[in-house]
Design a protein. Structure first.
Length: 438
């Protein structure tokens, strides 16, 4: 991908209707991007079907949901869940009686982790076990799903799987230094990526974030062939991240969060969509804006690019509604601080030489640096301190707005997608939101 391919016009097409089936390929936990798609599917009258990643028992063995867990999950989804565990990744897999990758990391410490080495032959055996487990479970899911999608109907598969960090204590300490550390507490992201720990994490990211999209497309081939034979259509979507265009000055310019450790896996995800597209399969990765979620909060500074959305709302003709969003956000700031003052600080940050250095699309994802950490994390801390309450932030409101805007954009564009990889930048998010609230 040499240049971002932005969605510039609000899509109007919709092939999905009552009787069609929406499949959420990833369990719904809390509030996130997937909720927007589910809301649109519900509005269209589609049947909603989900899966589960399962749960781990006291011995870390994967199991289905209990009756009580299943009832809660189905109420959260608002649909039926196929109760076959589809946990992605291989960090807790191994040949019978052997150590898992997580076991292999257990003895790493803050002093030793950069020099500790892994047995890559054994890691590969663990990966093969994990992939076989996932594919075997996927075949069971697809067999059950096949009987739930009528001939002639349309199917929308929404992939939401991402992540893959093994649960080991040493990584939490490392992550705090890479993503939150300044000054003496700063740690280079390159140090992680060059270590065996980092290389293992990247392999697991690939499995969870990208390869599962490929497994989904392959695993649903029979369903796709049956539906297309009976005049139905099948679509696939996935959530990407590859930077976002935001207003800097009066121009929409691409920028990104550095270091985004999952970046290579997100680009692999894009390649899966491009390969499917070349085979005539409508699979689209939507690269969405940075927002604050439970999982993204570790990346201090990722939220800085959210604030210019307020300017985009006005620029794209938001009128009175856009003004009201500014007022709501103003009310969250301490006396003496204003959104205008906050946005000027963000503008200064984006115009700095340090920030400009990282606006290099061809070099993405770039390593972090002490200079960037000091500026980005320092700016994030200063802006947080401008608020009355650290638990009621402007970025909470803006994150919710982005979620509200991306749902209809993705849902309608997927009916007739323009490309296998598309960027949802602040301009189209603002246009969508303004149209919804006109």
């Amino acid at each position: 991908m040499k240049q971002p391919v932005p969605l510039r016009k609000i899509p109007q097409t919709n092939i999905f209707r009552k009787g069609d089936v929406f499949v959420l390929f990833g369990e719904l936990f809390g509030r996130g991007y997937a909720n927007g798609l589910i809301n649109e599917a519900r509005k269209a009258g589609m049947t909603i079907i989900g899966i589960t990643v399962g749960r781990r028992d006291e011995n870390n063995a994967l199991r289905p949901l209990t009756a009580e867990e299943l009832a809660v999950a189905e109420a959260n989804l608002g649909g039926h869940i196929i109760n076959v565990p589809l946990m992605a990744g291989f960090d807790l897999d191994a040949p019978e009686g052997a150590a898992t990758p997580t076991d292999m990391l257990a003895d790493m410490t803050l002093k030793s982790w950069q020099d500790d080495k892994l047995d890559w032959t054994h890691v590969e055996k663990c990966r093969e076990v994990g992939v076989k487990r996932f594919k075997d479970s996927l075949a069971r899911v697809m067999a059950e799903l096949d009987g739930m999608i009528p001939d002639g109907s349309n199917a929308f598969f929404a992939h939401t799987m991402a992540g893959g960090i093994p649960k080991v204590k040493v990584f939490l300490a490392i992550a705090n230094r890479i993503y939150k550390g300044r000054g003496e507490r700063f740690l280079s992201s390159r140090a992680l990526l060059d270590s065996d720990l980092g290389k293992l994490i990247l392999k697991n990211f690939d499995e969870v974030t990208a390869n599962t999209f490929q497994y989904l497309i392959e695993g649903s081939a029979a369903i796709r062939a049956r539906l297309e034979k009976s005049a139905g259509q099948v679509r696939y979507t996935a959530y990407g991240y590859h930077g976002t265009e935001i207003l800097i000055g009066d121009q929409y310019l691409w920028q990104t969060y550095s270091n985004y450790t999952q970046g290579q896996a997100k680009m692999r995800l894009e390649r899966v969509a491009e390969s499917a597209w070349a085979q005539g399969i409508k699979a689209t990765v939507y690269n969405c804006p940075e927002i604050r979620t439970n999982s993204s909060d570790i990346f201090v500074g990722v939220e800085l690019s959210l604030f210019p959305l307020l300017k985009a709302l006005k620029k794209e003709g938001g009128g009175a509604w856009a003004e009201s969003q500014w007022r709501v956000c103003d009310e969250l700031l301490q006396e003496g601080n204003t959104i205008a003052k906050l946005l000027q600080q963000i503008e200064d940050y984006n115009l700095s030489g340090v920030s400009k250095h990282y606006r290099d699309f061809a070099a993405w994802p770039m390593d972090n640096s002490l200079e960037l950490a000091d500026l980005m994390i320092g700016t994030s801390d200063e802006i947080t301190q401008m608020h009355k309450d650290r638990k009621a932030l402007v970025t909470d409101i803006l994150s919710a707005l982005v979620l509200e805007g991306t749902g209809p954009l993705m849902f309608h564009e997927t009916s007739n997608p323009a490309a296998p990889v598309l960027w949802l930048n602040h301009d189209i998010i603002a246009k969508q939101l303004n149209a919804m609230h006109a």
